[in-house]
Design a protein around this ligand. Structure first.
Ligand code: ZN
Length: 507
C-alpha cells in the first residue's frame, strides 16, 4: 500500500512538471505567433532575446534532475497505471532522454547555426548564389551526425533525423514507398503533359478583392468546423497553424488580389491542422498523451481537407454558386465542371509549395533522395545543384533556370530540419487511406460534402484521430483505422482515377 501511494505521488509530481512545461510552451507559441502576425518590426531584436530567455527556461525545466529522478522511480509497466497514465510516462521519458543525451554545447551550436544559417540562406536565395549557402549545409551535416550519435546511438544519422518528425519510420521503408510512387507517377505525368485536352485555367484569373477573399475563407473554415471562439485567423508572410492550447488555435494565410485559390486553399489546409489541435482529448490539454502524433499525421489532417475534400467535385458543387456570388463577373464562362478541372490542373513547376497534388510527391522524393545521399556520404554538398537539376529533369521534365528556383527554394535546410520533407508525402498517403476508411464508415460522406454537411466527417476525425493523441504509434493508428499498413497504392489509384477523368485519358 505504501509503495502504491509512493508511485501515485511520483506520478502526480511528474504530471505537475509536465503541465508546467506545456504551459511555458504555450506562452512561447503566442509570442512566436505575435512575432509573425502583429509585432512591430522594430521589436525584432528584443523579441529574439525574449524568445531566447524563455527557451532557456523551458530547456531547464525539461532537463531538470528532479524530473529525471521522478521518471526513474516510475515503472510504466506497473499494473496500477491506466493506458493514459502509461502514455504520459513513456512520452515524458522519451523527451527527457532526447534532451539530456545531447551535450549542451552541441545544442547551442545547432541553435546558433540555425539563426545564422537562415540569414545566409535568405541572402543566397535572393542573389542566386548556392556557393554562399553550401558551407552552412556542410556544418549542419557534421553537427547533425554528431547529434544523432548522442540522441539515437542505435540509428543511422539520417534515420535519427527522420525520427524527430516521423517516429518509427526509417529511410529504407520510406525509399520503398517512394520508389512505388515514382514508378507510376513519372510516366503518368508525362502522359498527361502530352494529352491534347488540357483544362482551361484562365477562368481562375482576374481581380479578387482581399476583403471578399477573407470573408469567403472565414465562412468555409467555419463551415468545415473551425471554432472561432477557440481560435483566430490572421495574415502572415507564410501561412501556418500555431497557438497556445487546444482552446486557442491560431491560423494564418496571405492574400493575393490576382489569385483567390491560393489563399483559400491555404486557409482550408491550415484549418485541417487546426481541427486536429482543437479536437484533442478534453481534460488533458496540458499533457503529452493528448498531443498530436507526428508531422505526417498532422499533415494528413490538413491534406484530408485541402485535397481529399476541398479539391473534390462534390465540394465544388456545394461552393461554386457562393464563389460566383462573392466575385460577381469573374466566373461568367465557368461551370462547376470547368472550375473543378481548373483548380486541379496538373502543371509540372519548379516550386514545391505551388505544386499540384500529382507532381507534389516528386518534389518531396527528390529532396528525400538528396538528403539520404548527403547523410550516407554518397553526395557532396558542392554537387547538390547539379544533382537537383538532373532529378528535376528526370522526374518532372523541367530544369530550373536558377538555383533560386531550384536547390535554394526551401528554408528547411537553413534551420537544420533534415528529415522533415518525407512527412509531406507520408501525410498525403495517410490522408487518402483515412478518407477511404471514413467513406466506409460514413456511406453518405460524398453527398454530405455536396450539401455542405461536414459535421459527421469532422466528428469521425475527432473520434478516430484527434482525440486519440499519442495513445497509439502512427503504425498502430493506421492499422486500427484502415485495417492496413501505410500503403501508397491507395494514393496512386486515387490520383490515376481522378486525373484520368480530368484529362480524358482512356484505356
Ligand atoms: Zn501543413
Amino acid at each position: 500500500m505504501l509503495l502504491y501511494m509512493q508511485t501515485k505521488k511520483n506520478y502526480q509530481n511528474l504530471i505537475s512538471k509536465l503541465e508546467e512545461i506545456s504551459r511555458l510552451k504555450g506562452i512561447m507559441g503566442i509570442i512566436q505567433w505575435d512575432q509573425e502576425v502583429t509585432m512591430p518590426s522594430g521589436a525584432s531584436e528584443a523579441r529574439a532575446d525574449q524568445i531566447g530567455a524563455l527557451a532557456g527556461v523551458i530547456h531547464e525545466r525539461m532537463t531538470d534532475n528532479v524530473l529525471g529522478e521522478c521518471l526513474n522511480e516510475l515503472n510504466e509497466q506497473h499494473n496500477d497505471f491506466s493506458v493514459f497514465e502509461r502514455c504520459n510516462i513513456v512520452e515524458a521519458r522519451r523527451e527527457y532522454d532526447l534532451m539530456t543525451k545531447v551535450p549542451k554545447e552541441l545544442v547551442q551550436s545547432l541553435a546558433a547555426l540555425g539563426s545564422r544559417g537562415h540569414a545566409v540562406w535568405v541572402r543566397a536565395r535572393k542573389e542566386n548564389r548556392f556557393s554562399d549557402f553550401a558551407p552552412v549545409i556542410k556544418e549542419f551535416l557534421a553537427l547533425k551526425k554528431e547529434w544523432a550519435a548522442c540522441a539515437y546511438p542505435d540509428k543511422s544519422a539520417y534515420d535519427a533525423n527522420i525520427d524527430l518528425f516521423e517516429r518509427g519510420a526509417t529511410s529504407v521503408e520510406i525509399a520503398v514507398i517512394f520508389d512505388q510512387l515514382k514508378a507510376t507517377l513519372i510516366p503518368f505525368i508525362q502522359e498527361i503533359k502530352q494529352q491534347a485536352y488540357q483544362p482551361d485555367t484562365s477562368i481562375l484569373s482576374g481581380h479578387f478583392p482581399v476583403e471578399k477573399q477573407e470573408a469567403l475563407a472565414r465562412k468555409i473554415s467555419e463551415d468545415i468546423g473551425f471554432q472561432f471562439d477557440k481560435g483566430r485567423m490572421d495574415v502572415s508572410v507564410h501561412p501556418f497553424c500555431g497557438g497556445s492550447h487546444p482552446t486557442d488555435i491560431r491560423i494564418t494565410t496571405r492574400y493575393n488580389e490576382n489569385d483567390f485559390v491560393e489563399s483559400l486553399y491555404a486557409v482550408i489546409h491550415e484549418t485541417g491542422h487546426a481541427l486536429y489541435e482543437q479536437g484533442r482529448m478534453t481534460d488533458a490539454g496540458d499533457l503529452p498523451v493528448s498531443e498530436s502524433l507526428t508531422m505526417g499525421i498532422h499533415e494528413s489532417q490538413s491534406l484530408f481537407w485541402e485535397r481529399m475534400i476541398a479539391r473534390s467535385r462534390e465540394f465544388c458543387t456545394h461552393y461554386f454558386d457562393m464563389i460566383c456570388q462573392t466575385f460577381p463577373g469573374n466566373f461568367q464562362r465557368a461551370t462547376i465542371d470547368t472550375f473543378y478541372q481548373a483548380i486541379n490542373a496538373c502543371e509540372p513547376g519548379f516550386i514545391r509549395v505551388e505544386a499540384d497534388e500529382l507532381t507534389y510527391p516528386l518534389h518531396v522524393i527528390l529532396r528525400f533522395e538528396i538528403e539520404k545521399a548527403l547523410f550516407e556520404g554518397d553526395l557532396s554538398v558542392d554537387d547538390l545543384p547539379g544533382v537537383w537539376n538532373e532529378k528535376m529533369k528526370q522526374y518532372l521534365g523541367i530544369v530550373p533556370p536558377t538555383d533560386t528556383l531550384g536547390v535554394l527554394q526551401d528554408s528547411h535546410w537553413s534551420s537544420g530540419a533534415f528529415g522533415y520533407f518525407p512527412s509531406y508525402t507520408l501525410g498525403a498517403i495517410y490522408a487518402c487511406q483515412f478518407f477511404q476508411a471514413m467513406q466506409g464508415a460514413l456511406p453518405d460522406a460524398k453527398s454530405n460534402i455536396a450539401t455542405g454537411n461536414f459535421a459527421p466527417i469532422k466528428k469521425w476525425l475527432n473520434e478516430n484521430i484527434h482525440s486519440q493523441g499519442r495513445l497509439y504509434t502512427p503504425q498502430e493508428l493506421v492499422m486500427r483505422i484502415t485495417g492496413e499498413q501505410l500503403n501508397p497504392q491507395h494514393l496512386i489509384d486515387y490520383l490515376k482515377v481522378k486525373y484520368s477523368e480530368i484529362y480524358r485519358l482512356h484505356g
